[in-house]
Design a protein around this ligand. Structure first.
Ligand SMILES: Nc1ncnc2c1ncn2[C@@H]1O[C@H](COP(=O)(O)OP(=O)(O)OP(=O)(O)O)[C@@H](O)[C@H]1O
Ligand SMILES: [Mg+2]
Length: 283
């Protein structure tokens, strides 16, 4: 019995390696705190990259509160099996594939009560047994904090290209974002940069900016921690609307400051992966 389990483990390791070898850049989205906009960033980033004709996959490793399917408008779809016992991701649009717990057919209203090893098992399957094919980017969305799920991802993927840390501007959030930076350092993951989300609200009536959560905490944290700053995304009610309606904000050709912020962030990420040091990271 043990021998069979050991053999299965070894085979899965081989499948994992073969799968991940076909993905050029693996980017994990982290935060120290909950609700700061990781999933919003992950979904919009994946969508924007796929629009620029990169082949993109997105993995939702939030087992207890999976939101990617809802934000991508695919919550009625499900992951299917192939004849060879592999899993087919859901095709969101040309060049964009997704997997999430929410796509495995569990009752969305019931909490999933799983301990660490079981969660690690499903994350490993998402990486090793899903037919991702050749990808330019695999974007990994995490639950808040630096717990089991991001740790599992970082242990399973041999070389993560980098982490993106999302924070809101107030001190408590940026303090927590330090943990995500240190987590990346400890696991030898390059920090692509910090994004300050919900950074000021443009008043829809007078057009003036209101700093609900203060300002520049993310920028300050990035200077102190000596990691790049990728940009600030304003608080924009259209993100909520877009997320709830299942079409990512960046899908709309919108000249707003939020849209421009995203264009800038995507550019910085492309610059990061195109540095000679990371260009052939997977090889
Ligand atoms: N820039 C923004 N402007 C307005 N609303 C936003 C913005 N970013 C995120 N939101 C909204 O805030 C809520 C939380 O965002 P999101 O789910 O992306 O956070 P999260 O960090 O992934 O949360 P969790 O820690 O629970 O996984 C969502 O309703 C989302 O639409
Ligand atoms: Mg989330």
């Amino acid at each position: 019995m043990e021998e069979i389990e050991e053999k299965e483990r070894e085979e899965q390791e081989l499948r994992l390696k073969a799968n991940m070898d076909k993905v050029r850049y693996k980017i994990i989205v982290l935060s120290g705190k909950g609700g700061v906009g990781k999933t919003t960033v992950a979904v919009n980033l994946a969508y924007a990259l796929s629009q620029s004709s990169a082949k993109v996959g997105i993995i939702d490793t939030d087992i207890h509160g999976p939101n990617i399917a809802k934000m991508l408008g695919i919550e009625r779809a499900s992951i299917t099996g192939t004849d060879l016992g592999r899993l087919k991701p859901v095709e969101v649009r040309p060049n964009l594939k997704a997997v999430s717990m929410a796509l495995l057919g569990f009752d969305a209203d019931r909490p999933i009560i799983w301990r660490g090893p079981l969660k690690a098992g499903v994350i490993k399957q998402f990486l090793s047994d899903v037919e991702w094919g050749e990808l330019d980017y695999l974007i990994i969305d995490s639950p808040p904090g630096t717990g089991d799920e991001p740790l599992s991802v970082c242990q399973f993927i041999n070389k993560i290209t980098g982490s993106i840390i999302v924070t809101t501007p107030q001190d408590v959030a940026t303090l927590d974002s330090r943990k995500a930076v240190l987590f990346s350092h400890q696991l030898n993951i390059p920090v692509i940069g910090i994004i300050e989300n919900m950074s000021g609200l443009i008043c829809p009536h007078c057009g003036k900016e209101i700093d609900i959560f203060k300002k520049d905490g993310g920028l300050k944290a990035s200077k102190e921690l000596k990691v790049p700053f990728l940009g600030s995304v304003p608080f924009d009610p259209e993100f909520v609307e877009a997320g709830d309606n299942g079409t990512p904000f960046v899908a709309f050709d919108n000249p707003s400051r939020s849209s421009q912020a995203f264009v800038q962030i995507v550019k910085r990420i492309e610059e990061f992966v195109n540095k000679p040091k990371y260009k052939d990271w997977s090889e």
